[in-house]
Design a protein around this ligand. Structure first.
Ligand code: KG4
Ligand code: ZN
Length: 339
């Protein structure tokens, strides 16, 4: 089954074609980073308009890359939520209408399920069951995964998501949008243990996160110190180390609690080099294994939506002709896919 995947939940137009027999056939991405940079963050209305401009040319490019025509498609999967409603509507309208025109099924996909399943696009595929750490700009969640659609939420952020904390702290440090990767690059120049940030909510049991205090701690540390490049890099390093340590501690707890040894990490923050290194090291110490998507598939992309949609379409799931988006959509409300 060949499935076109459409991702437009935020500031990336991602289009891909996934074949359930032959794997990923095409993957195109247009990032709106330049468009939003002047505003220091994503402007929802501008995001929707840019998706409208870019989506059809990008679909043509993906079809050309796969050497296919639209008549060769067997299904279309689009991100139906969570995300910015105007941006979601662009992908949903185009995806649903295109499928209607072609007489093939369409399916609205959960963006975080896309992230969660992204490691399945790699050669070394994680087997169920596993623990998933989902860390993006909008979500920080620990999920026990028994199969596709069999998700039990173990913990989540009670305030800022991990990516959001990176972005807000980067902004405080005067770094341009998108701040997360820039802050990480700055942290790479920083020295360890020059500043000691807290590891929020690790001193009590439970798997929830809280990252908003780190941003305040960073603001106070910046204000109390000189503004030279090395000091700034040291503060960035201390912030990143605190986020990474906290995530590692909670992953350890989740694995201990469930007795599982496999950990999947996905979402934009899973591109963070330090997080990847620390989680690999941790997994080695417990004789477990950690799986990440390749960096390009950590952040938003069409491939993960094509993959997740293909699994569900293959199982016979499809959406009706009404175009429905869900800006808020709990992951554990998804139907399970029987194997
Ligand atoms: O998954 P994603 O592309 O979009 C959402 O679904 O939110 O995640 C974007 C988030 C942003 O907050 C971005 O700053 C963060 O992921 N991010 C990173 C890195 N690359 C992206 N955070 C830390 N280190 C990185 N290398
Ligand atoms: Zn995302």
């Amino acid at each position: 089954m060949r499935v076109l995947g459409i991702e437009t939940s935020c500031d990336e137009t991602g289009i891909a074609i996934y074949d359930t027999e032959h794997g990923l056939l095409a993957h195109q991405l247009y990032s709106q980073v330049k468009l939003h940079a002047d505003y220091g963050g994503v402007v929802p209305e501008l995001a929707s308009r840019d998706h409208v401009r870019k989506i059809l040319p990008l679909i043509s490019k993906a079809l050309a890359e796969a050497k296919l025509s639209s008549a060769d498609l067997d299904g279309i999967a689009y991100t139906a939520g969570p995300g910015l409603v105007g941006a979601l509507l662009v992908g949903a309208c185009v995806g649903r209408s295109m499928a209607f025109g072609l007489g093939i099924p369409a399916l609205g996909v959960h963006h975080m399920e896309g992230h969660l399943l992204a490691p399945m696009l790699e050669d070394d595929v994680p087997e169920f069951p596993f623990i998933a750490l989902l860390v993006s700009g909008g979500h920080s969640q620990l999920v026990a995964v028994e199969g596709i659609g069999r998700y039990q939420l173990l913990g989540e952020s009670i305030d800022d998501a991990a990516g959001e904390a990176f972005d807000k702290t980067a902004k405080l440090m005067g770094l341009d949008y998108p701040g997360g990767p820039r802050l990480a690059a700055m942290a790479a120049q920083g020295r360890a243990n020059q500043y000691q940030f807290p590891r929020p909510m690790t001193d009590r049991p439970g798997l929830d996160f809280s990252f908003s205090g780190l941003k305040t701690f960073a603001a106070n540390t910046i204000a109390a110190n000189s503004d030279d490049a090395q000091t700034r890099a040291d503060i960035a390093r201390a912030f990143q180390d605190a986020v990474v340590d906290t995530l590692v501690i909670k992953c350890r707890r989740a694995l201990q609690q469930t007795g599982l040894k496999r950990l999947v990490v996905a979402g934009g923050v899973s591109a963070n080099v330090e997080l990847r290194a620390q989680l690999h090291q941790f997994a080695d110490t417990i004789g477990g294994k950690v799986y990440f998507p390749r960096p390009a598939f950590c952040t938003d992309n069409g491939a993960m939506i094509a993959y997740a949609g293909a699994q569900r379409l293959l199982a016979g799931e499809y959406s009706d002709l009404s175009i429905i988006t869900r800006p808020r959509w709990p992951l554990d409300q998804l139907p399970s896919v029987c194997c």
